[in-house]
Design a protein around this ligand. Structure first.
Ligand code: DGJ
Length: 728
């Protein structure tokens, strides 16, 4: 049983394969957090909550000064009746009172995971869910807390729903999860970045303060990822407690870690409360998105392995869930906006010759789109560039033996577009305010259903041709002018969340209507790499930066949360377009092959030697594709800490192993390093694919492989091993 209630102790225990989560109903009406961590089969209450009269901590009961919500470890804390730490929610009523007093009323154990209306969410068979009902009788607020237990991958998801029982209520803050730890011996890990520098690792000591990781941009963003991890101070890849939270949402979010006066930690995540609220009419319900929680008792590697498994089993869905991803050529860095039919066909032919499987026509194919300042919203072919149209081009490319994919940026509108000339009201805007430009464009008001229908219909017209196998769904600016002409004045602060609901309605409709198409999401690279969009689009372009050195870091940090199966990564030309670096072709490949491999350069300009090299790269990638896309992933050397990078992949049955190594800069008097692999079968022998040499799994993991000291910057190599069965 994943969820058990002990009536005598009033404790509810949630169990996954390796973890337990325990809460307690205190004094019949307060929901306290008791434990989350390594699995405890028989729990009798050794870590009982200690009560004590603490100065300046308010008391609910006059006669009991030891009981204060300010010191009680809680499941869903509120502000107004005693707890001064950050609250999980705040609701005001029609008298503008923000005093909230939710009390536990009852709970149910459901044998399934209820769907969340209009929002992406995880799914699975036989997922038990705990539903806890809490009530503030005075203002007429019902809150239901949902905990769904994914036993197989040691994940619990949490969310909340709000219902106005009698009068209108305003939701000012409505986070999805809050957890109180009775300890503070953690470091905090979060991921930060920028365009072309999408994800970096930040690890910091916690002192007495509140640490906030958030986005107010209308997108989950590459600036701060919707991810937090608390790690034991001495924790690392393979050691220590790790508690991680991740948000299943693609818009603005808020997460925080608060260290209180008694050195307890409160960790929270949910919708961004700043500049946003939601009006609930009597009888209406508001549902928050889901937060994913996972605990590892042995460091970050296990945390990632649990999260990767969760993404693969319970987030991805549909036709492409378990399908190997095709190798692709994308014309963006090869041509930008400047191409002709002939040029594209030449590029496609070269791609076919080196074994690539999918041709992706990027930005610039639609009416008058010769720069990034025009035409978004007019999804009609530019006959000056493509006189025979998209269908004809797709047919030609199919005839060569390649699949055909196309780029859209469906959420945007250019000022210089037929759509804007006909419908200026479709742009998100604040009355009497000038538009703010971002990449020269405005954002469509997806809080308006009519606009959503326009997007669905205009994109469908292209997809209905039946010639499209892949869609790159781009989004290249963040939201300003936050307002909707479609909403009442009173509801203006709902615009950001309503935008996301509109986006999810569009993506849900399109992926359901076109189940065979492989959708890849993109936002100037990995600007919306999140679990929300992964529910609809099973892969994401990780960064616009294709430089091998930068990518090694971006992909390393990305792997904290996401498996390589969902991570798009391409080989591009040198000098690199983002940082100007020149790296060897084999290094560009070795790093790009750690995800879904693509090429994004003008193959027609390469010499025969380079083409031959790419041909053998593609051939090799196809051989190891299942191992990379569906195998287990291990981080070996952290490029944020060293002048080197290394990872290895191991197939599920441990039959195959691929290790990838890069040394960034050559060094004088460099030590000889050894690379210790992980995840192999201890009791088996492995054969080096290149040399034919045989090694034991034990020695590859514990003694390691000697790495040559090569006098070359950006040196890299891989080792591919297959299990070897000795002849008897
Ligand atoms: C940003 C994307 O990240 C790029 O790959 C490319 O598609 C451009 N947009 C096109 O405008």
């Amino acid at each position: 049983m994943a969820i058990v209630f002990n009536e005598i102790t009033q404790k509810i225990k949630l169990s996954t394969k390796n973890t337990s989560y325990i809460m307690e109903i205190v004094k019949d009406e307060f929901l306290a957090h008791v434990y989350w961590g390594k699995k405890i089969d028989d729990y009798y209450g050794s870590n009982k909550i200690m009560y004590r009269d603490r100065g300046f901590s308010p008391n609910i009961f006059e006669e009991d000064r030891t009981f204060s919500l300010d010191t009680l470890p809680q499941e869903y804390p509120q502000y107004g009746n005693g707890d001064y730490r950050p609250c999980a929610f705040q609701v005001s009523n029609d008298e503008n009172s923000t005093y909230n007093d939710l009390r536990y009323v009852r709970h149910e154990i459901l044998s399934e995971k209820p769907k969340i209306l209009g929002l992406p969410s995880s799914y699975g068979e036989n997922i038990q869910t705990l539903k806890i009902t809490m009530l503030d009788k005075i203002i007429g607020l019902e809150v239901n807390l949902y905990y769904s237990v994914f036993e197989d991958c040691d994940v619990i998801t949490r969310r909340a729903t709000f219902k106005a029982l009698k009068n209108e209520l305003t939701l000012n803050k409505m986070l999805s999860a809050s957890i109180d730890f009775r300890r503070d011996d953690f470091d905090l890990i979060s991921l930060y970045g920028a365009h072309n520098n999408d994800r970096n690792i930040d690890r910091r000591e916690l002192t007495s303060a509140t640490y906030v990781v958030e986005s107010t941009r209308g997108a989950s963003s590459m600036h701060q990822s919707p991810f937090l991890a608390l790690i034991s101070k001495d924790g690392n890849e393979n050691y220590g407690d790790v508690y991680a939270m991740q948000f299943v949402y693609s818009g603005s979010f808020h997460s925080s870690v608060h260290v209180d006066q008694y050195r307890n930690i409160r960790m929270q995540m949910g919708l961004q409360p700043f500049d946003s609220n939601w009006i609930l009419n009597a009888g209406e319900i508001f549902e928050t998105p889901e937060v994913v929680l996972t605990y590892s008792d042995t460091g970050l590697e296990k945390m990632s392995s649990q999260l990767h498994q969760f993404v693969r089993q319970h987030i991805l869905r549909g036709e492409w869930k378990d399908k190997p991803r095709p190798t692709l050529i994308n014309n963006w860095e090869a041509t930008y906006f400047d191409f002709t039919e002939e040029k594209l066909l030449d590029l496609a032919q070269e791609a076919k010759d080196v074994g690539i499987e999918l041709f992706v026509l990027d930005d610039g194919w639609f009416k008058n789109r010769n720069s990034d300042g025009t035409s978004l919203g007019d999804w009609i072919v530019d006959t000056k560039k493509l006189p025979h149209g998209v269908e004809w081009l797709a047919d030609k490319i199919n005839e060569m033996g390649l699949k055909f994919g196309i780029w859209f940026e469906p959420e945007m509108i250019s000022e210089d577009s037929d759509l804007y000339r006909a419908h200026p009201e479709y742009a998100m805007q604040v009355k009497n305010r000038e538009h703010i430009y971002g990449r020269g464009q405005f954002v469509l008001d997806l809080a308006n259903n009519e606009v959503c229908d326009y997007v669905i219909n205009s994109i469908s017209e292209v997809l209905d041709t039946g010639k499209i196998d892949y869609v790159k769904w781009d989004m290249n600016r963040h939201i300003t002018n936050i307002g909707s002409l479609h909403l009442n004045i009173k509801n203006q602060r709902e615009t950001m969340h309503r935008y996301m609901l509109g986006l999810y309605k569009i993506t849900d409709t399109l992926v359901t209507k076109y189940p065979k198409i492989l959708f890849e999401s993109c936002s100037s690279g990995g600007g919306r790499f999140d679990l929300g969009l992964l529910c609809y689009m099973p892969q994401t372009w990780a960064s616009d930066n294709t430089d091998a050195v930068c990518r090694s870091k971006i992909q390393y940090a990305t792997s904290y949360m996401y498996p390589s199966l969902v991570t798009g990564s391409h080989v591009s030309v040198c000098p690199n377009h983002q940082v100007g670096r020149v790296t060897p072709l084999n290094t560009r490949f070795n790093i790009a092959m750690c995800g879904n491999l693509g090429y994004e350069l003008d193959l027609t300009l390469l010499n025969e030697g380079e083409k031959a090299e790419i041909k053998s790269q593609v051939e090799f990638y196809k051989e190891v594709r299942d191992l990379i896309q569906f195998g287990d992933y291990f981080r070996l050397i952290n490029p944020f800490e060293r002048n080197e990078y290394a990872v290895n992949f191991v197939s599920e049955n441990q039959e195959e192993v691929l290790a990838i190594y890069m040394k960034v800069l050559s060094e004088p008097a460099a030590p000889f390093h050894i690379l210790k692999l992980r995840g192999l079968d201890e009791n088996s022998l492995y054969k080096d694919y290149e040399t034919g040499e045989i090694y034991s799994g034990q020695e590859l993991m514990y003694a390691g492989i000697s790495i040559a000291n090569v006098k070359q910057d950006f040196y890299s190599r891989y080792w591919y091993f297959k299990k070897h069965l000795p002849k008897r």
